[in-house]
Design a protein around this ligand. Structure first.
Ligand code: NAD
Length: 249
């Protein structure tokens, strides 16, 4: 407990799945969190669930004006940031041959452009020595069927972490990525449409993991707390796989 006492954190996609579980852990560890997401109703529900020390700002990470509004709110209320968890992201199954420009633009606008500007626009408020954590995916490190655009977007995120530790070295800001394997979240449920497809998808996801099951959002959140806290004070530029071994085989 209290690993993040007095810290101010921004979490994109903090109203669902991995982001919401992390917001709950951050607050339990003593942080104040700003969460952002696209749907106001989900943000309201998340605020009720988190219970205290949270402000929700509705917005789309691929819209730079929305990011400006988010950081203006943080600036007004706290004046600085200690932790950025750039976590918002989307995936869709589309095989090569069927990839539309709209699909490519959507995935890269949110997962790559949105994440980049989430971090860049936080820089004036970030204290020296702060921690940035990016959500990538185990799919960045392996072949994936009908998921190549999503997987490539996550490889870009992994690359950002490596480069940004150099861009930010004078300020001693740490940048690390987490790479979840298949994780039980509303986002992964939405990858398929029918209940039958969902059952099959979850069974094959579990079978692709050496530990034989999907991960839970809180298992990712615990690792993000580690990377956000002083427990990882000499760790930067890494990708922490939290995938039951999936990307290693
Ligand atoms: P989720 O759908 O439950 O949560 C995603 C969150 O991102 C939601 O809060 C949503 O509002 C937000 N979001 C999406 N697009 C946005 C946008 N344009 N602007 C602002 N917010 C936006 O899904 P999740 O599984 O918790 O996903 C979180 C992250 O984890 C994503 O980046 C995803 O790619 C990554 N990931 C998920 C899994 C998995 O199996 N669930 C595996 C590896 C990586």
């Amino acid at each position: 407990m209290n690993k993040l006492e007095g810290k101010v954190a921004v979490i994109t996609g903090g109203n669902s799945g991995i982001g919401l579980a992390t917001a709950q852990r951050f607050v339990a560890e003593g942080a104040y969190v700003y969460i952002t997401g696209r749907r106001q109703s989900e943000l309201d529900a998340a605020v009720r669930q988190i219970g205290k020390n949270v402000t929700a700002v509705q917005g789309d990470v691929s819209n730079l004006a929305d990011l400006d509004r988010l950081y203006a709110t943080v600036q007004q209320q706290h004046g600085h940031i200690d932790i950025v968890f750039a976590n918002a992201g989307v995936g869709e199954f589309v095989p090569l041959g069927k990839i539309s420009e709209a699909h490519f633009d959507k995935i890269f606008d949110i997962n790559v452009k949105g994440l980049l500007f989430t971090v860049q626009k936080a820089l004036p408020l970030l204290r020296d020595g702060s921690s940035i954590i990016l959500t990538a995916s185990s799919t960045a490190n392996k072949g994936t069927e009908a998921f190549s655009v999503y997987s490539a977007s996550n490889a870009a995120i992994r690359s950002f972490a490596r480069s940004w530790i150099l861009d930010l070295k004078a300020r001693k800001i740490r940048v690390n990525a987490v790479s979840p394997g298949p994780t039980n979240t509303p986002g992964s449920d939405d990858l398929v449409t029918t209940e039958e497809e969902r059952k099959q998808f979850k069974a094959s996801a579990a079978a692709s993991v050496p530990l034989g099951r999907m991960g839970e959002p809180d298992e990712i959140a615990k690792a993000v707390v580690f990377l956000a806290s002083d427990d990882s004070s000499f760790i930067t530029g890494i990708e922490l796989a939290i995938d039951g071994g999936q990307a290693q085989i």
